[in-house]
Ligand binder design. Structure first.
Ligand SMILES: [Zn+2]
Length: 262
């Protein structure tokens, strides 16, 4: 997603769809970022916030160079109408980035169990569950799919904006160090047994824009901000101490797992 944002020309318009407080950050000050959600949150970040229904967007056709739907498609009640709207408001040759949870994973089950559903109304169990309707309803070709890994950052007590559900006690009340150890153990089990306990979901690229190449799976995902990093990048940032590292984005405490070559 950051490669896509970097590639856009100055003045390009980007729609953050289902943004909540802002589903991504960018240091590109020459982009016009519009953040759309049903309700505008109190603690919002940079960008123009628009309160509207994604199934009926108040924008003209081909208004945006790129649309980012970062962990939002699973929430839209009117998924088909929303996808048609994406196809309408994105420019010809524009780019659409989608990231969603895989509903069959441990991470999504924990989320839904803790949040009593958590507003996940659309369950995607295979990449094709996303690719087929997006291609059909937006008219944009699918270009790439990558696996995303989990960090259970929604449990992290530093991210809490509302009183926590009681069930979170099982996760030591969302202690960051506990989550770092838990994720490290889950990734270790996956590495040895070929399970997918640390899998989150997928990201998809549709339409135009650059397609980032990934030599290896980015299994190291921050337990505070949810950013994934290649191990080599963390080493260049000089944030690794033994098997621990501090997230270069947010400073969160994490434990490093070695990547397996694909
Ligand atoms: Zn972080």
């Amino acid at each position: 997603m950051h490669k896509l944002l970097e590639s856009l020309p100055p003045g390009a318009r980007v729609l953050d769809l289902g943004a909540r407080t802002g589903s991504f950050n960018t240091n590109r000050e020459d982009l016009a970022v519009v953040r759309l959600d049903l309700e505008i949150p109190a603690n919002r970040g940079a960008g123009l916030y628009v309160s509207a229904d994604a199934a009926r967007m108040p924008f003209r056709a081909e208004a945006f160079d790129a649309i980012i739907s970062n962990h939002s498609l699973e929430h839209f009640v009117e998924l088909e109408a929303t996808l048609r709207e994406i196809g309408r408001v994105v420019k010809r040759g524009g780019a659409v980035y989608v990231a969603v949870p895989d509903a069959s994973t441990l991470t999504d089950r924990i989320y839904r169990w803790l949040a009593k559903g958590g507003g996940h109304v659309n369950a995607f169990r295979t990449p094709q569950d996303v690719v087929a309707p997006v291609e059909r309803l937006t008219g944009l070709p699918h270009r790439a799919t990558h696996r995303l890994y989990s960090s259970l950052s929604f449990l992290n007590r530093r991210n809490r904006t509302a009183p926590a559900p009681r069930r979170i006690a099982l996760f030591l009340n969302g202690s960051e160090r506990y989550l770092a150890i838990l994720m490290w153990v889950l990734r270790g089990i996956d590495r040895r047994l070929g399970t997918r306990l640390s899998v989150y979901g997928w990201e998809f690229h549709f339409g135009g824009g650059p397609i980032p190449q990934r030599g290896e799976a980015w299994v190291n995902v921050c337990v505070r901000c949810g950013s994934g990093f290649p191990q080599a990048y963390l080493r260049t940032k000089n944030v690794v101490r033994g098997i621990a590292y501090r997230c270069p984005e947010c400073g969160g405490f994490n434990l490093l797992t070695r990547e397996k070559k694909r």
